[in-house]
Design a protein. Sequence first.
Lengths: 432, 376
Amino acid sequence: MATAFWSVNVIQHPRCERPSIASRKPSSAFLGSTLKLRFNPPSRSNFGFSETLRKSSPISAISDVFEEKKQKSASSSSSLLITKEEGLEVYEDMVLGRCFEDMCAQMYYRGKMFGFVHLYNGQEAVSTGFIKLLKKEDCVVSTYRDHVHALSKGVPAREVMSELFGKTTGCCRGQGGSMHMFSKEHNVLGGFAFIGEGIPVATGAAFTSKYRKEALNEADCDHVTLAFFGDGTCNNGQFYECLNMAALWKLPIVFVVENNLWAIGMSHLRSTSDPEIWKKGPAFGMPGVHVDGMDVLKVREVAKEAIGRARRGEGPTLVECETYRFRGHSLADPDELRDPTEKAHYAARDPITALKKYMIENNLAKEGEFKAIDKKIDEIVEDSVEFADESPQPSRSQLLENVFADPKGFGIGPDGRYRCEDPKFTEGTAHV
Amino acid sequence: MLSIVRRKVFDGSFTAAALGQSLQRIRPAIAAARSYSSAIKEMTVRDALNSALDEEMSADPKVFLMGEEVGEYQGAYKISKGLLEKYGPERVLDTPITEAGFTGIGVGAAYYGLRPVVEFMTFNFSMQAIDHIINSAAKSNYMSAGQISVPIVFRGPNGAAAGVGAQHSHCYAAWYAACPGLKVLAPYSSEDARGLLKAAIRDPDPVVFLENELLYGESFPVSAEVLDSSFCLPIGKAKIEKEGKDVTITAFSKMVGLALKAAEILAKEGISAEIINLRSIRPLDRATINASVRKTNRLVTVEEGFPQHGVGAEICTSVIEESFGYLDSPVERIAGADVPMPYAANLERSAVPQIEDIVRAAKRACYRAVPMAATA
């Protein structure tokens, strides 16, 4: 029965090293590798801000910043965490993500979408919580699970859907695909298939912000970069290399770990010696924070602080969001290894229903407004599917386009002129 | 260490104008001894690279250099000497020993608008970062349909040095040249080094710039035009170092020097060899190579790297595809021995092409010697 699991987290786990554990409620859900228990749910699922902070260990000296905030909000617990407008904006963004991904699944099973498709259902709070606080010039770098990051950042649903269908009207003209969403206009710098690959790229974008400020003397350049990646990536060497360099050079970046406990079929606990990822931040000299990633308001609070730090030039932050993906790793994954009870537990913590409940209980909005938003999003997603359906596939001549920014890179043809000067070159008839 | 050769007699041609010239002129042998010439200066490859970096960094503030030991150590091979004092630590970055990380950072900076020059202490270390060179740099312009271009240069010494063992002597020309989206350059002389590095830094695409450690100290004559700060060589054009009519010998990087010496020896025996300095491995200047083979009807390709799937293999196929009817003899392919580089000096000498190998191959191509079994 489900409640049996809830009571267990009160036990002081032998692996736990925190000195004052007896005086605090047990915090983190990831207390090591008991074989029976594959997960440790948190004690409550309400929206109290204090939940977040108990999960930050005293080991991280810098998270005292968060401790201070805790005192403030505990005393003014009657003040709400979000205004009505912000709440509805956040709700709309999460519903867009959810609806879009559900539509992707439908389209995949109908054969309109193909290849590798990785859906984000259940993790919307992380994407919305962070990205909605960014400006247009700030950058987002993601992994293959990037549809919702692109949508939250502002890439139109039509363009993302077309890209998934492989049509020429997609955000990358059908050349990238599900795993490679790029948008220069909205500063979405990818979409990478290799886990860990996006982290150095994000660190480079943050480096550019700092370079612009210091070497190019653009004093108001305070662009922040967010790097999203998963729990499996946190065992990869590039992650540590970048934590080191970001802290060393105080780059304006936030490393956001979407810890959904599973890397395809490999449980986080089976693959990681110390499963508490937030602890790895202080080892490199940056704050490490653990937050409940199923709760968009908590994520938003932490995000505000982390993004603020980066903007002020105080350096990077590592934020571990405990979250969960409701579907399998990809649409080709039968998802047999995960415990149904675990799935049910997280389904009960669906971020969208939770936000809705919070807003209704606090009289911020009425049921009807949510229904209207749901309907609006449904229409947007349907429209994007229609648009994608009707869009043309790329023409054959597009095959050789965009390989280089300077197409002289294709070299000199047999007639002694640069190949790209031959008008037939990109019609697919030229000798490749 | 191979002795540094001072080029007293310059028997070759050099380009009259920087860009777009397809005609090469031959100058008769010029005595370029320093005491006599005032118009023609000599410059080492090291100074050529240093001056090219310096000029490009001062021309465009978005250009910056990063790599191990490029700053305070003045460069592992002193290529970036003086740059830290001149441009400061924001633009000349000493990185920790984390190739994957800092290469990725360079690529990310290029995505977002800067023009990094990433130095690898040797290209062997680039294997730790090859994911970023291929997957995040080379393929990004395509995957993003032209939105994200990556104006980055990856440079460093490539290929065999002297006595550095198997893990420090690998040639990566064929590896990188196989990947679409990259441009791969291999300079030989100081003029090549200056012109191609400037072109690479100004290029909006990722460029892999393969230098050679043993060439850094060699001096070559450079004209006033080469010393001008706007000097640039076109990417994708090979240079005919010496014209000939009996056999075409293609080479790049250090092997060009050996090929030129082999040509002198062959000339004494009545074989006139045409030496092509490839300069650009990707894109390969197939037009020049094929035009030359159609003239001479014989081809010898020379490279230092491993033979299988190497640059010579690609040139051979290109010639067969386009000029098969013009070949009077099978294409001869000279490459490094198909073994990891040995350490012992005598073994190392036999693992890398020598002048005699090139001469022998040219003679075989001209049917002037009994064909031998292919040497390792």
